[in-house]
Structures are given as structure tokens and as C-alpha cells.
Design a protein around this ligand. Sequence first.
Ligand SMILES: Nc1ncnc2c1ncn2[C@@H]1O[C@H](COP(=O)(O)OP(=O)(O)OP(=O)(O)O)[C@@H](O)[C@H]1O
Length: 695
Amino acid sequence: MSQFWKPGAEKPRLLDDEEGGVVFLSSSLSSASSIGYGYASIEKQRQRLPVYKYRTAILYLVETHATTIIVGETGSGKTTQIPQYLKEAGWADGGRVIACTQPRRLAVQAVASRVAEEMGVKVGEEVGYTIRFEDFTNKVRHLSSYLSIFGVIIFVMHAGISSLAVQDLTAIKFLTDGVLLREMMDDPLLTKYSVIMVDEAHERSISTDILLGLLKKIQRCRSDLRLIISSATIEAKSMSAFFHARKGRRGLEGVELVPRLEPAILSVEGRGFNVQIHYVEEPVSDYVQAAVSTVLLIHDKEPPGDILVFLTGQDDIDATIQLLTEEARTSKKNSSGLIILPLYSGLSRAEQEQVFSPTPRGKRKVVISTNIAETSLTLEGIVYVVDSGFSKQRFYNPISDIENLVVAPISKASARQRAGRAGRVRPGKCYRLYTEEYFVKEIPAEGIPEMQRSNLVSCVIQLKALGIDNILGFDWPASPPPEAMIRALEVLYSLGVLDDDAKLTSPTGFQVAEIPLSIWVSGRGAQKELDEAKLRFAAAEGDHVTFLNIYKGFLQSCKSSHWCHKNFINYHAMKKVIEIREQLRRIAQRIGIVMKSCESDMQVVRKAVTAGFFANACYSEAYSQSGMYKTVRGSQEVYIHPSSVLFRVNPKWVIYHSLVSTDRQYMRNVISIDPSWLLEVAPHFYQQHRLNPIH
Ligand SMILES: Nc1ncnc2c1ncn2[C@@H]1O[C@H](COP(=O)(O)OP(=O)(O)OP(=O)(O)O)[C@@H](O)[C@H]1O
């Protein structure tokens, strides 16, 4: 192993990252490092975490400062402990709630379970969580709530769910930052929360950035609200500068305010267990192959302990699993006893939960994951992390109006988070599939905020729905590119969602929206069967009508999970589909939309999709045999994704829902249309002459 791997220099970690952000993970272990946590009581485990020594300091700073920024090594106990300290100190008294946001749903659920376990309560009681579609707060368990669908519908949904609100008895609530944003539509000042902890703030998702901007606004009206911004890898000084700089602050100079407006910064020193970093000596050309070899080497040479591999997406993960399974079978090394599990957001809940189950004695679990497992998660058995150095990231070009999902190098912050998934319950090792020189010199300290590389349509709608009309003047932690903002306003204006003054119009475009559900279960090891199942529902009109067929089939099966299993359909997603439909029906009723079935007239459905996504129209040129399409707006070359029922059917005119970029630009969720509908539904957007030559 030593021929392939070179251990990282062992120097103490510098908190300010003066050496270009290099993580030199210290070899000096904390007192807990040689003791198995499994044998200590939960209370003892809590007290051994580095953050415990800072309990009093944290409570003091939160009491006296409107904003506290806490930087502490991964695994030091920020997420699980700080909300509990706050509760113990009385911040949840009088029915108030302590909120802790996470960028990802899986982390929300996992952390809520852990904290509930530490407090000896059930999830949904004193400790609860809310993610899209699932609200496990209070004593009443109800599945309902928040629906993130493209833009306008969020606004409608909000109105629809307000009647469902119940009194919150939960003291500590974990939630995604997106869900907290949606709560602001009901309660703009978030009055029930006493402290809001924005965890993993370095991730800088669009929702986190909007949330940070809005929380700063709320602070002006609520001197009782406290914010905690926490992460292992955040640039604390710039975050502090953002919260300190206040527009229009008059007459406050020289006055000592409590809480103080200048943010406090606290560095939590120390880590749970040591993680040894190893780098490859030479760059690898194929990270899938390198990941497979590394897993087999670890399995062959290293003591027991599970392995977590970070790759970029489902395609990579499936390829790795296949290769690993084959190589493990043919390898001379002792490769029996590997339990290989994928982890990505498209998997069913049950499949995701398998990664948390204990590894049977004598076996070694290998979890192959996207960056879904990068932050906040503790997978107890993980001792080894293999980091490919890449992730899938969105990049939006406002000029061509195309958003690509591309495989791109991760940042140092991400690499540190990934390494941090080892060493949480005992010492660990992280194998980076890139050289140390590359890590030091090439990769950036932090990633580009999502806000600066995304299509901003839904972000603009969200802000407008929250009453922020002057979007260009909004106080962002990082300003979005003006071109992307202008493009978003233009699209929303064309949709009839914004009026001439860039204000939200009455709910004109609200009836058409995207519901981002992936209802197919992955076809691991059974791609042929999955393809056959898809064919059973396939509609010549395209993917949306196919989804409708599946919905009808599900109803006919009396919503049977067995039926879903047989047809490779995600049962949980189908249950959500039913809930969403019910919510939409209620909203439609409330705002006076007359419900009328289209019966079997699929043209109505296709026109409705056209009205919502007219900007995504494409045509195939008569002479083109290659399956190549061109977008009407930008004449970009695009192709139908192989997962679409229209793949190889190639109708002349289509509308797509999203584009993904791999070797080519692929359209996902595609429906065939008649181009004359474009003029009908969006005459302000398309002119006859633009469509005629290709009609
Ligand atoms: N589900 C769990 N099972 C066992 N131990 C756990 C679990 N969750 C947390 N822990 C223990 O608590 C420690 C602190 O976890 P916590 O998530 O609070 O750290 P953190 O500082 O927020 O880390 P990160 O920045 O990586 O999210 C872990 O390192 C681990 O020792």
C-alpha cells in the first residue's frame, strides 16, 4: 500500500489555514482516541467531545451577541451538542424553539435521531425534524407540509398549508434551510424560534444564502433572536463582516447594545479522533478504477472497519459497484465479506437507511456515495474514507440559459468534510485519489456559492413571495451575477408571474409547475427489468404522460407497495405524489380554480406542460439523423437522455424539463409538442418568424 499511497505531512492543524488552507491533520490524539466510544455511556461520550469544554463560552456569547460564528473541526460536536446546551440553558423555555438547519435532508433526519437518542426521547417529541414533505415535530406525526416545486407553486403551497399549522411543542428542531425559508412565508419574523443555528454554512447553497440574507434582515426587528453560524470549514471573518455591515444603521454609533451586533467568532479547538490523510503519489487517470483498487487494498491490508467512498453521481456509483463486485469475485485477495451499498438522493428511503445499519461481525461495509454523506453524517462503522476529489456541480450560463450538471473538482473545504467522516467514533484514515501537490496548489479553499452558478428563477420567486421586491438591492452574502438575475426576471415576466413593475402578479402561472420527484427506483443489477417496467407505462407523447400512466396504475393497484416493487417504482415517492396532488386540489379549490378532468385527452396535459416550460422548446432538423436537437432560444445542441421514453423516438418538437451535461447536453423529462402551441401559450416570448423557418 505504501507504494501507492503517501501519508500527508503530520503537522498540527492551523485554524487560520495560513498554509493555503492545507489540512495537516494532527497526529496527536485527543484523550478519547484510544477508548472505544461504544463502551462509554452517552453522557460520558457527550462530555468527551471537544465542544464540551466550550459550553459556558458558547452560552455566554449567544446571550450577549446577536450572531455567533462557531468554527470547529468535523466531529467536534457542534451539530449534536450546541442545540442541547441551548435547551439546557433555557432557550426553549416558554414554548420557544431552537432551530438547527442543514443543507441536506438525510443529515436532518440522522442528526435528529442522534440528538433524540442522546436526550432519551423519541423523534417528533422534544426533538423533531422537518424536511420537504415530512414534519416530525410535536407529538402529532403528520406527513404533509412543504412542497418544493419550481417557483410559483411554492407560493401557492404556502397558502395551502397554513391551515394545517399546529402548535409547536418541539424544543429542538432540525430542518433543511429550504424548509425554514418556506416557514417564513407563514411567519416572516420566525417568531417561534429563539435561536437559529445555520449549520454547515460553508456549503453556501442558494437556500443558505437567501436564509442568511433574510435572517440578517430579521435581526433588525428582533433583538431577542440569536443566530449561530457554524461549520468546520467556514471563512469566519468574511461571514462576520457580512453580519456586521448594516445598511441604514443610524444613531447607533458609540452606543453599547445588548445583544452586540458585531458577531462573535469562536474557534473550537480539538478533534474527536485522528484521521490520517494519504495521497496518491501520481495523478490517477480513472477515479472509478482507482476507487475500486483502493477499496480492495484496504480490505486486503487494513484492520476491520467500514469504508466510505465519495464519487460524483449515480452513474459513477453504479459503475463502481459493478466493477468492485466483479473484481472482488475474481481477485485472489481475500475479498469475501464485502457488503457494498450505494448512497445517493434518488434511492428509496429504505435503501438509504441500510447504510446506517450495523455491519455484521466478520463483514466490511463499503458505502459508495455522492456528497450526500459529506457533512454532518456519522456512519458509525466508518474507519476509512476514499475521496475521488470530484463532485457533480451545477453551472449556469445566463447567456445561453443552460444549466449544466458537470463533474468538477471539489474544494479544500469539501475534502476536509469528507475526511471528517472517518474518525468519528475511532481513529480513521482518508485516502485521497489525488496528489498532495494538487490538493495544496490546485484546488480552491472554498467552492463557488451555488447562487453564483445557478439559474435564479426559483430563487427570485421565493424572494418575491416573501415580499422582497427590490431583489437587486437585497443584502446577499455573495452577490449573484446580474446577467443571471436579469435572465430570471425576464423568464418570470414572460411567464406572466411578474408584472411590469417586477411585482408578483395574481396567480396566473400558478397552475403549471414541475414536481421534482424521481419515481423510478434505480435498476441496480436489473437494468433490463427496469427498462421493461418503464416500457409497460411508456406513452408516445413523452415522459409526463408516462408519469400519469404510472399514477393511474398505482391507483388501480389500490396504492400497493407490492405493485411498486414489481414495477421498479419508488413506493415512498408515489405516496408523496398522492399527497402533493391532494394539496394541489385543496389549493385549487380554495383559490377558485374549477377542477375538470382532462379524461383521456392528453393534448391538454401536453399544452399545460408547454405553458409552463415554453422557454425549453427544442426542434430536430429534418435532415438530422443523429438525434440532435436545437434549442429555439439559443440554438444549442441537445439530445434526448437515454432514460426518457422518447429516446430514439425523436419527435420533431419537444419540451424538456431539465438539462444534464455529461459528454453531451441531455434533455431529461421530455414531452412532444406541436410548435403552434408555443405561439398560443407564449406569444410575448416567441414570434412567428422565429418558429417559421423550422416549422
Ligand atoms: N449516530 C451517531 N452514532 C454514534 N456517534 C455519533 C452519532 N452522531 C454523532 N456521534 C458522535 O458525536 C460526535 C459529534 O458529532 P456532531 O455531528 O455533533 O459533530 P460536528 O462537529 O457537527 O461535525 P460535522 O461538522 O462533521 O457535522 C461524532 O464525531 C461522533 O463521535
